[in-house]
Structures are given as structure tokens and as C-alpha cells.
Design a protein around this ligand. Structure first.
Ligand SMILES: [Fe+2]
Ligand SMILES: [Fe+2]
Length: 297
């Protein structure tokens, strides 16, 4: 049985079964999870041959509101299809909640399921970009966001197994890495807010190594001084929403340069002329920097 378990023919049969067993939108989600899982398998070095089986079947028994669909699908895959690989079964069983001690297949499937390209919750684009090549810290970041979301919409307590998963990840991810990742996420969030308000040429610079005062610079320019003020207000509002307080502000629109200090993240907003004039990017030229490229549909 196991040797046919991973043939193309077997996988196609599995996928056909899923297509017949769930509604069209769920099937389309499955196809997007498969695509995303392939991308992340390459990135994190997961065994694609086995992960593909898990991705195909993870929602095979997903019907409205049944939170037990993971364990149910895992059982059926073993009983009806003869798949006994413990990691494939684990990945499917725990794809909704995760668990302490999760294997690589489980984590990669969970990331793909949460961030497949059809997911359009507010933070999805930021989270996709915030992932690094480190699987555990990326997983931790995503789990923390899921928790924040669940707690914001529901009054009841967060799933205990998921909390254990978070605690386990925290033990394994060095604290400075955890902090750096969440700061990158915040920097990306600011970048997205600025982009939504028509800021131009948004650049993120990772200054953690070089600077004793902050982790990230976000730099952007505005077409005129009025827009500059509007961008500063937007950044301040968006940060206040996630509990990041503005510690210090310098400059006004008229001066062509506004600096916003959020502690670990410093935002520099310029008119084009002032940006060229001060050229602070040159000062930090030996740090890693990236151009912010928004996702556009
Ligand atoms: Fe699911
Ligand atoms: Fe799913």
C-alpha cells in the first residue's frame, strides 16, 4: 500500500475524491493551499511528496463549522486510503489548531492553509511578507496573529492545544529573533498603511545590527506637504490601533520632513526634494533594505 500512496495517480484520485466531497469554494481553497504548500515546502525544505498528500486531503471532510474535520480526514485517509505515514496524518489532524512538538509538515501545511492567496483578511499581505526563512519563528508570528484575531472576535478562551503550540514555539525561538520578527511585521504594517494613502517609494531598512536605538527605518515620500501630514496621521492612527504608541514626533508638513518615533521603528516621511537632499538611505547603505511592494489584485 505505501508504495502506491505517493504516486501521481494516487494523488489525482485523492484530489478527485475531495472535489466530489466538498463544495466548489472549498475545493478551490484546497487547490490554492496545494500551490502555497509547494512554495513553502521549497522555502523550508519540507518533503513535498508527502506534504502534497496532506495538502490535498486536509479539508476533505470540511463542511460548515465542523472544527473536527482535521482528525476526521486523518482517520479516513488511513482507513479508506491506506496512508499510514505518521507525519502526513499528523499534519492533517492538527492543521486547524497546531500542537506542541509539531513536525515540519504540520507547520508548513498550517502556514499554507492560513496564508494561501485567496485569504483576504486584513493582515494576510503583511504576514506573507513578514515570514522569514526560519520556519519556527514564522510559525510563531502567524500563531500569535491567529490568537489575537480569535480573542478579538470571541469571548471564550483560546484553544488550549493551540496555546501549548505557541508556548512550545516560544521556547524554541530565541527572544531577540521573536522581537525582530514582530518589529518587522509592524514596519510592514506601517508600509502598507502609507502605501494605501499614496506614499511613494517606500523602503524598509533593517538597522538592528548597526543601531542601538531602533530596529527598523521606514522611509517614504509624499507628493506634497499636505499629503505628508496626512501620511504621518495615518501612520500614527494605524499604530495606535495595534497598541504602538508614538513616542516622539519631529517636523511638520511644511518643513518637508516628518519623523515619527515608535520606539523600535522610526518612520521618516519626506517630500521628494527633502528626501534627495538628506539622503538618509545613504547613511544606512550597508544595512539590509527592501523596497515595499504591495500585493495588487
Ligand atoms: Fe481546514
Ligand atoms: Fe484549509
Amino acid at each position: 500500500m505505501p508504495d502506491i500512496a505517493y504516486s501521481r495517480e494516487f494523488k489525482d484520485k485523492l484530489l478527485l475524491f475531495v472535489k466530489d466531497n466538498v463544495k466548489q469554494s472549498r475545493y478551490e481553497h484546497t487547490l490554492r493551499v496545494i500551490a502555497k504548500a509547494k512554495e513553502y515546502a521549497d522555502r523550508y525544505g519540507a518533503d513535498w511528496d508527502r506534504l502534497e498528500v496532506a495538502a490535498i486531503f486536509h479539508d476533505a471532510y470540511r463542511h460548515e463549522g465542523n472544527l473536527e474535520h482535521g482528525p476526521i480526514a486523518a482517520e479516513h485517509l488511513e482507513k479508506d486510503w491506506g496512508v499510514t505515514d505518521p507525519e502526513i496524518l499528523e499534519a492533517i489532524r492538527y492543521h486547524t489548531i497546531g500542537h506542541a512538538g509539531a513536525c515540519k509538515l504540520t507547520m508548513v501545511l498550517k502556514l499554507a492553509d492560513t496564508l494561501e492567496d485567496g485569504r483576504s483578511f486584513d493582515e494576510a499581505p503583511v504576514l506573507r511578507k513578514a515570514l522569514t526563512d526560519d520556519l519556527e519563528s514564522s510559525m510563531l508570528l502567524v500563531m500569535e496573529r491567529i490568537k489575537a484575531y480569535v480573542m478579538s472576535v470571541r469571548d471564550d478562551r483560546f484553544n488550549e492545544t493551540s496555546q501549548e503550540f505557541i508556548d512550545w514555539l516560544k521556547e524554541r525561538v530565541p527572544q531577540d529573533k521573536e522581537k525582530l520578527m514582530s518589529n518587522k511585521e509592524i514596519a510592514l504594517k506601517i508600509a502598507k498603511a502609507l502605501d494605501d494613502k499614496k506614499a511613494q517609494d517606500i523602503v524598509l531598512i533593517d538597522i538592528a545590527e548597526r543601531s542601538g536605538f531602533a530596529d527598523y527605518f521606514v522611509i517614504a515620500d509624499a507628493a506634497n506637504s499636505r499629503l505628508l501630514e496626512a501620511l504621518a496621521d495615518e501612520a500614527e492612527d494605524k499604530m495606535a490601533q495595534v497598541g504602538e504608541e508614538l513616542r516622539h514626533k519631529e517636523g511638520v508638513g511644511e518643513s518637508g520632513w516628518i519623523l515619527l518615533d515608535f520606539g523600535d521603528i522610526i518612520v521618516n516621511l519626506f517630500t521628494k526634494a527633502k528626501r534627495d537632499y538628506y539622503n538618509i538611505e545613504k547613511i544606512w547603505a550597508d544595512c539590509d533594505s527592501e523596497q515595499y511592494e504591495p500585493e495588487r489584485n
